[in-house]
Design a protein around this ligand. Structure first.
Ligand SMILES: *[C@@H]1O[C@H](CO)[C@@H](O)[C@H](O)[C@H]1NC(C)=O
Ligand SMILES: *[C@@H]1O[C@H](CO)[C@@H](O)[C@H](O)[C@H]1NC(C)=O
Ligand SMILES: *[C@@H]1O[C@H](CO)[C@@H](O)[C@H](O)[C@H]1NC(C)=O
Ligand SMILES: *[C@@H]1O[C@H](CO)[C@@H](O)[C@H](O)[C@H]1NC(C)=O
Ligand SMILES: *[C@@H]1O[C@H](CO)[C@@H](O)[C@H](O)[C@H]1NC(C)=O
Ligand SMILES: *[C@@H]1O[C@H](CO)[C@@H](O)[C@H](O)[C@H]1NC(C)=O
Ligand SMILES: *[C@@H]1O[C@H](CO)[C@@H](O)[C@H](O)[C@H]1NC(C)=O
Ligand SMILES: *[C@@H]1O[C@H](CO)[C@@H](O)[C@H](O)[C@H]1NC(C)=O
Length: 541
């Protein structure tokens, strides 16, 4: 049965194409089963000439412009589907016109017609409206429909469509004025194409999953009107809090340079100036251990004395110089605070003790004492060459030892015009103090002067009487120490009105050092990370 019908229908299609200019439709005598039986249909042998005639008469037929060779079977099948669809859509006259596809509320057949890809490929140009609403169609957006680019209305509402809407695919549909995608389950993702949403208002997308343009706009307005001021208020509040409480969290520019500390920052660094962090106290100076924002340990010296505005300004100027000093034998100054009620200098934290305690407790061998003196001398030369305006203290108690047993000059005075003679004199007494393990200011009535006289009396003949008796006197140690004392005495000699130059002292000390196989370290600059594996012997004491 079905095969006989198909023969009759194809015969008719042929006839139809011979006469109709505008449409490609056969008359309305085909049964529904033909559509289901499409695969058994074959075009008549001269179908190609029929089509050629059609195209000659009406070049606007969609299949005429196909660039690939015409697929006669597909075109033939599409004409069969078209004739059925025309009737199913209750078009008034399926021979002459085919203005609409109306399959709303036809859930049984709508998916079937949608599946005829070849039909949509050659979508008749007469169709202006497609209504597929209320059919529970499942799956992704039926993109084939968009090949009917001439349509003015497309209704896909009340279905089960999901996934993305191919928004780009709508741009050729310039005549589309009515679109209804409402009541579907599209994904919300592609909602940014405002151009698309401008063409259609929200009633095209009711509960479709898509968010139309004006809702996005509403969100933007809400964000702008409320979110932005809230953000600004929060930022200002946050900044204000930081300015007052933790300026170390502010960018360096806002807090006046990365070396500038405020009382609040120092308070935070020392746990509110907690007694547990107080490591030292002397006239007007409190020394705290603290940790700053990058969690590195620092030493904070706090001066609580009253000082004039001019004094404070000078203090800040000096600190600006100190933070620039960079040498492995100079303590690294991290920053300062020049507040009215509180001044402070912040330096790197050093684990080790000072040279005075080290010599007194550990009785280091000559070789190690010499190494410390070389380090001090290197720092002195660096300061002499690059920062001659910086004065420093060379008492054994103010020279610290770093973790890896390097001496660190740690007390400075700026702009006092300390003469070179004085600096060299100080180095001389440092040498003598370290060789003898004496404290001239405490152990001699007339202080340093008497101390130096006392040594000079014993030099060089009875030098063993002044050398630290605990020092091991092996090999040429005594000879070395004697030479060291000689250099010390020469430096500390103020009587001649002449003093040796830094270079001369350095050369002499180097010679001493060479004969002792204490290599003078060649590099001048010290990086912040110079915390090598040091001797930990003294820390535990
Ligand atoms: C054409 O449509 C009408 C109803 O609109 C229907 O009764 C008729 O059977 C259809 N004809 C074919 C061939 O499908
Ligand atoms: C139609 O197709 C046949 C073979 O299928 C071919 O011989 C004939 O030249 C074609 N005619 C036209 C007009 O393309
Ligand atoms: C097919 O091409 C012709 C000219 O090349 C043009 O006039 C016509 O509009 C085109 N038709 C379609 C449906 O694109
Ligand atoms: C949707 O289709 C159902 C039948 O599938 C029908 O009962 C209902 O009235 C239709 N609704 C609309 C709005 O056309
Ligand atoms: C599609 O059919 C429904 C009836 O279910 C109707 O309400 C709607 O207006 C139609 N859409 C178009 C574009 O004609
Ligand atoms: C839109 O309509 C105009 C006028 O009816 C027509 O010339 C044009 O080809 C149509 N556009 C499309 C994409 O079919
Ligand atoms: C949406 O646009 C149509 C015309 O395209 C108009 O009739 C309708 O009132 C508009 N609806 C809204 C909510 O703007
Ligand atoms: C789309 O369909 C829904 C439900 O049928 C309707 O409420 C809405 O007005 C329609 N929108 C347009 C633009 O026709």
């Amino acid at each position: 049965m079905p095969s006989s019908i198909s023969i009759s229908s194809s015969t008719f299609v042929l006839l139809f194409f011979s006469f109709s200019l505008v449409s490609i439709l056969p008359p309305l005598i085909l049964s529904a089963s033909v559509v289901e039986d499409l695969n058994n249909l074959h075009p008549p042998s001269d179908f190609n000439s029929t089509i050629n005639n059609n195209c000659l008469n009406n070049p606007s037929l969609r299949y005429c412009n196909s660039s690939s060779p015409l697929d006669l079977i597909e075109i033939f099948k599409s004409t069969i589907v078209a004739s059925h669809l025309c009737n199913e859509s209750r078009n008034p006259n399926c021979v002459e016109t085919f203005p609409k596809i109306d399959l709303h509320s036809r859930p049984k057949i709508a998916p079937l017609y949608l599946s005829f890809t070849f039909f949509w490929k050659y979508c008749p140009l007469t169709i202006l409206s497609i209504n597929l609403s209320n059919n529970s169609i499942k799956g992704g957006f039926p993109s084939d429909v968009l090949q009917c680019s001439q349509i003015q209305a497309l209704d896909l509402s009340h279905n089960d469509l999901s996934g993305d809407v191919p928004i780009q695919g709508f741009s050729p549909l310039t005549n589309l004025t009515l679109l209804n995608l409402s009541y579907n389950h599209f994904s919300e993702s592609r909602i940014s194409d405002s151009q698309f949403f401008k063409r259609f208002n929200s009633s095209s997308f009711l509960r479709s999953g898509l968010v139309p343009d004006h809702q996005g706009f509403t969100i933007k307005v809400v964000v702008f009107l409320f979110g932005f001021p809230m953000f600004v208020i929060l930022m200002v509040g946050c900044l204000g809090w930081m300015c007052i409480r933790r300026p170390d969290f502010l960018p360096a520019v806002l807090r006046g340079g990365k070396h500038k500390f405020t009382p609040a920052m120092l308070e935070a660094a020392t746990g509110g100036f907690s007694r547990n962090n107080l490591v030292g106290k002397s006239e007007g100076v409190d020394i705290y251990r603290g940790s700053v924002r990058d969690s590195s340990q620092v030493r904070i010296e706090i001066y609580r004395d009253e000082i004039s505005g001019e004094g404070r300004r000078r203090f800040a100027e000096e600190c600006k110089v100190l933070v620039q000093l960079c040498h492995k034998n100079i303590v690294q100054v991290v920053g300062w605070c020049d507040n009215r009620r509180l001044r402070a200098i912040v330096t790197e934290w050093t684990e080790g003790e000072n040279v005075e305690i080290w010599v007194a407790r550990s009785a280091p061998p000559w070789k190690q004492r010499l190494k410390i003196l070389m380090g001090v001398l290197e720092a002195m030369r660096y300061l002499q060459e690059q920062w001659p305006q910086v004065g420093y203290d060379l008492r054994t108690c103010s020279i610290l030892l770093s973790k890896n047993r390097q001496p660190l000059i740690s007390r400075f005075r700026i702009g006092d015009q300390i003469s070179n003679t004085r600096k060299i004199y100080k180095f001389g007494t440092l040498v003598l103090e370290m060789v003898t393990n004496k404290r001239p200011r405490e152990e001699f009535e007339r202080g340093e002067a008497e101390f130096i006289e006392w040594i000079r009396m014993h030099h060089p003949g009875k030098v063993h009487k002044v050398i630290d008796e605990r020092m091991k006197k092996t090999g040429n140690t005594v000879d070395q120490a004697t030479q060291g004392i000689g250099i010390g005495l020469m430096c500390a000699d103020l009587s001649r009105g002449w003093h040796p130059s830094f270079d001369l002292i350095y050369r002499m000390m180097c010679k001493l050092s060479d004969s002792c196989q204490v290599p003078a370290s060649p590099d001048h600059k010290r990086s912040h990370g110079d915390r090598g594996e040091g001797h930990r012997r003294n820390q535990s004491r």
